[in-house]
Design a protein. Structure first.
Length: 126
């Protein structure tokens, strides 16, 4: 085998190895939240949506929107978009206060991730 062929073979094997290990260690993490993390809103949202940086499994997705008393304000079950990149849930008409969004997902490669963030609604609403 020539040196050039050997170098090409080693380079290909190395590229495959690096690509495989990168894919094997992938997790789904929020890329964008609506409402955004840390936001102060003047009007309550109708739903909460998180876009992930990798597709998620529909069966294992959880999304709760907790008020200051720890009650879940989500209405119904969270929904995963058909392409698997977004998780959303409609919410009750939220009153002024701080809300904590808690999420748990399983990436298509079976890695579990979870987290939380908060947003605030200011003012008085009726």
């Amino acid at each position: 085998m020539s040196r050039r062929a050997l170098a090409l073979l080693v380079g290909t094997v190395l590229a495959l190895y690096v690509g495989f290990t990168a894919a094997a260690s992938a997790h789904s993490f929020p890329e964008q939240q609506t409402p955004p993390a840390g936001a102060t809103l003047t009007h309550p949202p109708a739903q909460v949506t998180i876009k992930y940086d990798a597709p998620i499994e529909k069966l294992f997705a959880s999304l709760e929107v907790l008020n200051s008393a720890g009650q879940n304000e989500a209405v119904g079950e969270p929904q995963v978009s058909p392409d698997g990149w977004k998780l959303s849930v409609p919410v009750n008409k939220l009153q002024p206060g701080e809300y904590t969004v808690q999420w748990r997902v399983v990436c298509m490669d079976t890695h579990h991730t979870q987290g939380s963030y908060s947003f605030t609604i200011e003012g008085t609403h009726s």
